[in-house]
Design a protein around this ligand. Structure first.
Ligand SMILES: [Zn+2]
Length: 453
């Protein structure tokens, strides 16, 4: 509990101080000016992280000290009115020039509201008769230990393995982070015009129904976190198995591209396996990275109406197909899950933007070859892979049906087609849901209109 703060100040010894001063003057007069300039006249520099005014009881805090003579001791206290309590006190035998002290306020039992953080630090200089220079740093702060309250306003969504879902919720206070956590994946919620938050999230196709436990979370400015199980109806969906031939003719056809993707590998087959595994994994990680950049996400939907697909096209492969790769002698050489919809029309067919959005990627990406990504808001993106040519550039705002490029064989494509992907937070999801106007209306757009009062 709180105690009266002990007095730290030592008194007297003014005469000794004067004699030190006299000595210094003599030294200066003796031409030791350089020594004077290099002397350490000030106490350690103090900074506190995070640089926020509001903190929670469990928030990890950090005091950083730096001093050219080395840090000798530090006392960190919290004060409220006339009461004071030491949170951390350390002194050091080794005079390091930089010290970082981690602490939190869990044991202070500070009440909610304003308090003062005080850091008193001494350096290892000979000032103050060997006690060093002391510097006192204070910061006015507010203790906020109440986590935000989350109220989900939409009925629990039904979400299929490989599919997407949307929830709308409100929060009791301002937050620095909120969204839905699925294992290692985080899908941010975005504040909408009506003050409620909308979060679009995925059920990754590689997860099992009994292992899918999304958590909804919110973290306020003081670091208080609320996290609870999000109610969803997780439904399994079966996907097809498919066999893909990788004959020598294919490897020869792709020889130049494979050599560029995996130059360190020897044979064309080794290069192919490297591209299909190592390069694929790096490309998946890149898509997550692109989607995690707030600059690539419009915080509200920028589209309406049904999604468009490549016209007059045949489906050559489905999302979620479990592919077994075999060589010319039908021996299994690899397996992967296909993460989009392969659509084939005539060669170099113009590709329409599926919906209104903003172009955020126009570049080559490994197995995808020449690729375009369009941001549609709330972390929803469409992906167009294996292109021959681009008709858009990064930053372009597209209307539904605008030509983004032409189909082709770039990347790991054997024949001219469009690999059409839909991504939620960078995670590939079932495109057929988004191409189904009634699914979109029932599961996405109508839920956004939920009354939040
Ligand atoms: Zn594909």
């Amino acid at each position: 509990m709180f105690k009266r703060k002990p007095s730290y100040r030592s008194s007297g010894k003014r005469s000794s101080g004067l004699s030190i001063l006299a000595l210094l003057l003599i030294l200066a007069a003796a031409g030791a000016g350089a020594w004077v300039l290099m002397r350490d006249l000030s106490g350690p520099e103090v900074s506190v992280r995070p640089d926020a005014e509001r903190v929670g009881l469990a928030q990890p805090l950090e005091v950083s000290l730096s001093d050219k003579s080395g840090v000798q001791s530090v006392t960190i206290s919290v004060k409220r009115g006339s009461q004071s309590m030491v949170v951390k006190q350390e002194s050091y035998a080794v005079l390091d020039k930089k010290r970082t002290i981690a602490f939190d306020l869990k044991d202070t039992r500070l009440p909610e509201g304003a308090f003062e953080l005080e850091v008193r630090a001494s350096d290892g200089s000979y000032a103050g008769f060997g006690k060093g220079n002391t510097f006192t740093y204070t910061k006015q702060m507010v203790l906020d230990s109440k986590p935000p309250r989350i109220a989900v306003k939409t009925v629990p969504p039904a979400i299929h393995r490989g599919g997407s879902a949307l929830i709308v919720y409100t929060l009791s206070e301002e937050v620095v982070k909120t969204g839905v956590q699925v294992g290692e994946l985080f899908f941010p919620g975005y504040r909408q015009e009506n003050g409620a938050y909308a979060c679009l999230f995925a059920f990754p196709v590689k997860m099992r129904t009994d292992g899918y436990h999304p958590q909804i979370m919110a973290q306020d400015k003081a670091g208080n976190v609320t996290s609870s199980r999000l109610l969803v109806r997780a439904l399994n969906r079966n996907y097809r198995a498919d066999t893909l031939n990788i004959p020598d003719s294919f490897l020869n056809f792709k020889a130049n591209e494979l050599a560029q993707l995996c130059p360190e590998q020897g044979t064309p087959l080794e290069q192919y396996l490297c591209a299909n595994n190592k390069v694929r994994a790096a490309n998946d990680a890149k898509l997550l990275e692109v989607a995690a950049d707030p600059a690539n996400v419009t915080p509200h939907f920028v589209w309406e109406g049904p999604f468009r697909r490549l016209p007059r096209s045949a489906v050559k492969a489905n999302f979620g197909d479990h592919r077994t790769y075999v060589d010319g002698s039908r021996t299994k050489i690899d397996e992967q899950t296909h993460m989009g919809l392969d659509l084939a029309s005539v060669a170099q067919a113009p590709i329409p933007a599926a919906a209104a959005g903003r172009v955020i990627w126009v570049d080559y990406l490994g197995i995808h070859g020449h690729m375009v990504l369009i941001d549609h808001g709330l972390g929803l993106m469409t992906q167009y892979s294996h292109l021959t040519d681009y008709n858009v550039k990064v930053g372009d705002v597209v209307k539904p049906g605008d030509t983004v490029g032409t189909t082709g064989v770039s990347g790991l494509a054997g024949g001219d087609h469009l690999h059409f992907g839909v991504l939620v937070g960078g995670v590939p999801v079932q495109p057929l849901e988004w191409l189904d106007a009634s699914w979109v209306k029932n599961n996405i757009t109508s839920r956004l209109k939920t009354n939040v009062k």
